[in-house]
Design a protein around this ligand. Structure first.
Ligand code: SF4
Length: 411
């Protein structure tokens, strides 16, 4: 019998240890990369260093306990340390084809029900009728779930499927039996309104306003009934939440479900309900896209820069790391030093969870690769984030494959 050692003493281990044990996995001890944890106790087990594992348990098997999204990075670190691949085990994941969201996400959007927000590559299950009602959405979700199962089975077998053409589809470490834990109501439902007029907004490009009486609250309710208790997270991105007539209904429902919310807001108006959700672990996602007032005005068509910053300061006082600040690179409008420096200074002051660099999602088909000036500024953006210690990512769904390859060297 090999010596079973669990690697990682984070939240995922706390939440799942009892289940793993009831499935027959009993560790001898825990191991952790953090030296501060060595020679301490974790949930009744000794925590030891990797060197001690090698020394005292030569027949070890390391079972990684981290969240599925972090398993690949940890595996790479362990292999670099000299651990052989066959000693690294996963409790709920395995090597197969997939992507970070496949099987764990559902988006009910203007084009139907989809496994992701990747508008360029996803294959949506259409609603089937021009008039979208409760039953058309419910039926489309049922059909989507059957197709998703087929995609997951074919991914496991390495057979061509709905996702095969997507650049995010790859061989990697993914959950063995993924459950849908995140939902999104997409865009265009009834009463979708906004108090900004951003130059890049989806509503400038989508032939939208759906033939329906359903608002995003109805979609959340249907999803809750159709998907069930596995939902942990909701992405709220239907118009500007603070001015929706049904805003309170949406936020109260999310709060009552105990879901973690990722709320897209432009930050102009402060909301007590959003602040309450932030306090209990939710986050807001704000596309600021500028570092100074004039550019902000030009991009958003509203002179609201100072007011947005004041609102975000109030939110950041509720809880640190509750803001994701996004920068959509817009050639000629914000691909310059002044805006990027200003933006990153604000990100520092807000103590953000992270910054995200994006291309204009709705222009990606037309632009292909971003201009060299924008790419040079993306390189500057990434380098400054490293210097300032601001966590930063680029949104790979919205850049061309070539740009993604180049970006991967920067971030
Ligand atoms: S592989 Fe691409 S299309 Fe398929 S779920 Fe992932 S992001 Fe969406």
């Amino acid at each position: 019998m090999p010596s079973v050692v669990f690697y990682g003493t984070g939240r995922n281990a706390v939440e799942n240890l009892a289940r793993w044990k009831s499935n027959g996995y009993e560790p001898l001890c825990f191991c952790d990369a953090d030296i501060k944890k060595h020679n301490t106790q974790f949930m009744g087990y000794d925590v030891v260093s990797l060197c001690d594992v090698l020394r005292y348990y030569p027949d070890y098997e390391l079972y990684l306990t981290a969240h599925p999204n972090n398993l690949e990075a940890i595996t790479v670190d362990l292999l670099k340390f000299g651990i052989s691949k066959d000693r690294v085990r996963f409790l709920d994941s395995e090597y197969k084809y997939g992507c970070d969201v496949l099987g764990r996400f559902v988006c009910v959007d203007h084009d139907g029900v989809s496994p992701c927000c990747n508008v360029k590559h996803r294959k949506a299950m259409p609603f089937g009728e021009p008039r979208i009602t409760h039953s058309t959405v419910r039926d489309a979700i049922t059909n989507f779930k059957a197709r998703l199962l087929d995609t997951l089975n074919t991914a496991h077998a390495g057979i061509t499927n709905d996702c095969s053409e997507c650049p995010r589809y790859r061989f990697g470490i993914f959950p063995r039996n993924p459950k849908i834990d995140s939902i999104n109501a997409g865009s265009g439902w009834k009463n979708t309104v906004c108090n900004f007029k951003c130059s890049y907004c989806a509503y400038n490009s989508i032939d939208s306003v759906l033939n329906t009486d359903l608002d995003c609250h109805d979609i959340h309710t249907i999803l809750s009934e159709s998907v069930g208790d596995t939902i942990k997270k909701v992405y709220i991105s239907n118009g500007e939440i603070t001015v929706l007539p049904h805003s309170e209904k949406v936020l109260t429902f999310v709060e009552s479900k105990n879901w973690e919310a990722h709320i897209a807001t432009n930050g102009l108006l402060y909301s007590q309900s959003i602040a309450r959700l932030l306090k209990s672990g939710s986050v807001i996602n704000v596309s600021l896209d500028a570092g100074e007032r004039m550019s902000f005005h030009q991009i958003k068509n509203i002179d609201g820069f100072d007011r947005v910053i004041a609102t975000l300061m109030k939110y950041s006082a509720v809880r640190s790391n509750c803001i994701i600040l996004k920068y959509i690179m817009l050639p000629g409008l914000n691909d310059d030093l002044k805006n990027i420096d200003g933006f990153l200074k604000i990100a520092e002051q807000l103590n953000v969870l992270r910054v995200e660099l994006s291309n204009n999602a709705w222009e990606t088909e037309k632009i292909k690769n971003i201009p060299e000036q924008s790419f040079a500024m993306a390189a500057y953006f990434a380098a400054r984030c490293k210097e300032l210690n601001i966590p930063a990512i680029y949104l790979d769904s919205f850049f061309s494959p070539t740009d993604c390859q180049r970006m991967a060297c920067l971030f």
